[in-house]
Design a protein around this ligand. Structure first.
Ligand code: ASP
Length: 315
């Protein structure tokens, strides 16, 4: 097996097509472990994974914990309310104290963009970015690519020829940023649809085609990915007139869903705000692969923990 080029997983920026495919291919081999009656292999026995989640999370935190446990690593979970950050400790002091206990991997979620890269410079452990502010969410992008490949390019290597429409609050979404980078690197055609106030400057330079309504973006698309409005990160005066209008022009309701290709798949990183960016009937409908994204997430995170957590060296 080719050695993995990265010591940390901080973002998709700087990753090559080969880096991404290495993770996706390995995740496919790990996928089967979760289907077994006994879902555990000894690969990371004796390794310690600390999940330091200083921002809310349901899927990502649980998924990392399950992934680490299925590889037999010891896992420790620290959340905002249970950490000493509520007593005024800085992230750096927290990380240094954790490092003193010799973990092998620190999985970090933090509200500050760049937090993972900063901590990676301060500790010996491998650092995996589980979402840093509005910067990147690389493991979400990798699981999204794994899901798209499974449903749209089974047996293929990359995502060439697949058209993906990403709709919603692109500017404040770390998922959108990582997804656009990963999808373009794998050869997919990416379209984004958002109000101008929710589009980051220079998004076209990343390779995305920009639309100011949902309909032209989803026409003939193979994949439609809906995003939540990132209320916790979007500041300033109203970014759109009202929720009803937002849902009409940028939400995936049954009227917009009727325009989709018969075999298009619908994705969402979660958490869903039902009735805002997506209609409940569409989110739960036959074209939705939202829960399969969650399943792929475990396999992708097992692959990443294996690659940076020391499993690789032992084989
Ligand atoms: N769960 C994703 C994130 O942490 C998406 C979201 O919160 O809307 O970025």
């Amino acid at each position: 097996m080719t050695p993995f080029r990265h010591r940390h997983v901080l973002g998709i920026a700087g990753w090559t097509r080969e880096d991404i495919l290495q993770v996706l291919d390995l995740a496919e081999t790990f996928r089967e472990i979760s289907e077994r009656p006994i879902k555990k292999v000894p690969t990371l026995r004796g390794r310690t994974v600390v999940n330091l989640f200083l921002e809310p999370s349901t899927r990502t935190r649980t998924s990392f914990e399950i992934a680490a446990k299925r590889l037999s690593a010891d896992t420790i979970n620290i959340s905002d309310s249970t950490s000493s950050t509520v007593k005024g400790e800085t992230l750096l002091d927290t990380a240094r104290n954790l490092q003193a206990m010799r973990p092998d991997v620190i999985v970090l979620r933090h509200s500050a963009s760049g937090a993972s890269a900063f901590i990676a410079q301060q500790v010996d452990a491998a650092v995996i970015n589980a979402g840093d502010g509005l910067h990147e969410h690389p493991t979400q992008a990798l699981l999204d690519c794994a899901t798209i490949r499974k449903h749209k390019r089974p047996g293929a290597t990359d995502l060439a020829g697949v058209t993906v429409a990403i709709c919603g609050d692109i500017a404040h979404s770390r998922v959108a940023r990582s997804d656009v980078l990963a999808l373009c690197t794998l050869g997919a055609k990416v379209r984004v649809a958002a109000p101008r106030t929710m589009l980051p400057v220079g998004i076209e330079a990343l390779g995305a085609e920009v639309h100011d309504r949902i309909e032209p973006a989803i026409a003939e698309a193979d994949v439609v990915m809906m995003l939540r409005i990132q209320k916790e990160r979007a500041s300033g005066p109203g970014l759109f007139p009202n929720t009803r209008e937002y849902s009409r022009y940028f939400g995936l309701g049954s009227r917009a869903a009727a325009l989709l290709k018969e075999d298009a798949i619908i994705m969402h990183p979660g958490p869903i705000n039902r009735g805002v960016e997506i209609d409940p009937a569409v989110a739960d409908g036959p074209r939705s692969v939202i829960l399969d994204q969650v399943t792929q997430g475990v396999a992708v995170r097992m692959a990443l923990l294996y690659l940076v957590g020391g499993g690789f060296q032992e084989l």
